[in-house]
Write a protein that binds this ligand. Structure first.
Ligand SMILES: [Zn+2]
Length: 226
């Protein structure tokens, strides 16, 4: 009987042992030594397939049961790393306002609150992020072409080959130190396309504690959602 294998990609390098990674988007990567043949790799993935499927199933469940925020008084929403409680109001001049330490949402807009929150974050993001890019531009000696705010799939930000920087609106949920790390990371890509040593040196010059910020984001990023 043959076992159905999860789809996986193989990266070979001068390493000693084979490792299997499940990426954040659920795809499976195999890092293998150069000597391993495709059959040998397939054999190891077959042996591990039960664990891989089990892990993927658990991950699915976690995503499915992820507690989405409720649109009720007292629910908290993130903005620049701080939690603000929600207050539903009868009427106000905008669907959503952040003032006096609260998010005020017009009760009539409750049903499409997540769209309204997204618009709120997007509206704040461009000027804030453009300001941080301007701050680091001279220090890093790079000039991005355009800055865009969008909904990116599974990433905080990206850098196009043409030199455009794209940021997820969710970046506005992160504390400023983390937002700066995201900005500097993308700006460093204007000099180095891949995450090679020169790239990380560039980030390190500007943010010497980038490792802590990076791991903070990796750990806390999953909870930064609507
Ligand atoms: Zn990167």
């Amino acid at each position: 009987m043959t076992t159905k294998l999860p789809p996986y990609t193989v990266k070979k390098s001068a390493r000693k042992t084979l490792s299997i990674y499940i990426e954040r988007d659920g795809s499976v990567s195999v890092l293998a030594p150069n000597e391993n043949t495709d059959e040998e790799i397939r054999e190891i993935v077959t042996q591990k397939s039960y664990q891989i499927y089990k892990y993927l199933a658990e991950r699915e469940e976690l995503i499915a049961t992820k507690s989405y925020r409720e649109i009720t008084n007292g629910e908290s929403f993130l903005y620049l790393g701080r939690n603000y409680r929600l207050q539903l109001v009868k009427d106000q001049d905008a669907p959503l306002k952040l003032k006096d330490g609260y998010f005020f949402l017009r009760a009539a807009d409750k049903t499409h609150a997540s769209e309204i929150f997204k618009e709120f974050y997007k509206g704040k993001a461009l000027s804030r992020i453009a300001g941080r890019v301007a701050f680091y531009r001279d220090k890093m000696n790079v000039v991005p072409r355009e800055i865009r705010i969008m909904e990116l799939h599974n990433r905080w930000a990206s850098c196009s080959r043409k030199g455009d920087l794209n940021f997820h609106w969710k970046c506005m949920m992160a504390p400023l130190t983390i937002l700066d790390y995201i900005v500097v990371h993308e700006m460093a890509h204007l000099k180095h396309e891949t995450h090679n040593e020169a790239f990380w040196n560039e980030v390190d010059k500007i943010i010497p504690d980038y490792r802590e910020r990076k791991s903070w984001l990796r750990f806390n990023g999953a909870g930064m959602d609507l």
